[in-house]
Design a protein. Sequence first.
Length: 572
Amino acid sequence: TSDDIDTCLLEFQGQCLEHSSAVLVSILTGWAEKSEVLAVVEKVHKFLPEAIIVGSSTSGEIWCGTMSEHRTVVHFMVFSTTRLKAHAIDFATTSSEGVSSILTACHAQEEPVGIELLIASNGMRTYDFIARLKEVPSKISIFGGIAGSTDGAEPYVFAGGKFLREGAVAIIFAGSDLTVQVTASQGWLPLGPWFCITEMKAENVIVKLDNQPAHQVYQRYLDISREELERENSLFPLLLERHGQRLLRLPVSATDEGALVMSADCRPGERVRLTYGDPSEILDACHAMHKKIGEFGPQAILLFNCVTRRFFLHGLTIQELLPFQNVAPCAGFYTGGEIARMDDGETSLLNMSLVSAAFREGDGEDLATRILPFSATTKTLTGTMKLMKHLTHFIAEVSKELEEKNDQLAELATTDRLTRLYNRGEIESIVQKTLDDYRKEKFPLSAIMMDLDNFKKVNDVFGHDMGDQVLKWAGEVLRKSIRRSDAAGRWGGEEFFIILPGASLEIAKDVAERIRQGLACEFTLPDGKRITASFGVAEFSDSSSYIDFYRLLDANLYRAKQTGKNRVCSGE
């Protein structure tokens, strides 16, 4: 109410530093009416005419380590040396120039340190806008959230008197004394197999996974119908990895054709996997996040929390949030998507995550000592959540066992039992793929065919057990003699094939010679003789086919056998 705002401003006046370089006032609210919001902005502006005033609609407000709803939180950040600039970017007219305006503002500011983003949109314009943030110097921290809403109202953001339903507000923090630490945590665990995105209709619409209607994954594995996705939030987001970062993507609906409409962008060819929420894992991740922030020693913390996490944790939200208030005063809101620039310099739109931005002017040494320890009771689970903890632990253990079994089966399907090299089918597949890559990229490519000399005699004289030992030894020598980018397989019997991407004929001859010498070392037959082998080497050329290449290798190997064995022949 108007009286509440007056009380809030008077309380702030009593606590405000006498001398400050800048004041940031953030208004976080569930109010739907533009007139109500702008009335509050005007009142704050009259009281603090020099302050930067920004804000966002929310799906719930965070203050003092608690969650509230249908309220307005006004939080003040008062800086001693930091400078601030706020920019309102209207996507309807300047979305393509939005990042350019931020870059210009950063260049105009001395020592820009961080950028807070409040965005009212979650479509193509937002994805393009966030993708272009890679142009912002990597030393600048980026964080923020997508505006939320209550009761189905249209989200909005504002800066000063500018009120945007399709746009962004960027607050630039600058100053040599300021440090901003951005941290993110999740807590969702993988479930089931990987799927490949094989068709998309838009940046956030997955049409097919593994060439099947995308929604079939949810119908088959979780028995979630299209109507259920439309009616309620799914607590089973998709996991993908991009630039080394784990990202979660939440389906918000499914089309009649079975396409999944996601709450953030995905890309064709990316692999995705179902995940499930583990309350214990979520709180553990918060614990680690709290500890990291505590060691940083902040003076203030902003939190941007996914609204679906709030629905999932329900009564545990205070256990997730309160520890941050024990570190430093914190405020924030529940979002429709979280924004964070991570360690790799990439700015990502996140789902199902908690993002924090911790602020500190100075070195913070005196602040770290006042941090309260993370309370053991923070992880107390009761009722449904305790049951869920045990069920999720069961799922995790069963999934782990199944993954291990699947890995073993995959290895059996592609690996030769004796030598632990690739089997014939797998090495043929690798050779064919490597030749296809060669035709596209034109890198040097050579191969080696190797045949153990007099192997039939080893079996006849010393028995098949000794023959098996010789094959195992040969496999060990091959593994030690090639690079990780090379591939070696048992072609059949005592014959082996090695493919060497990026290797010229001369390099391949050197590798073959290294293998030839390695075979003669250490391992000795019962009669005192050493193991030897013959080698055919060839380099692939543009005019060759797969059959031509194989025939050339085979001919060179035959020549090595016919000219005395235990040698390398390349047809030269």
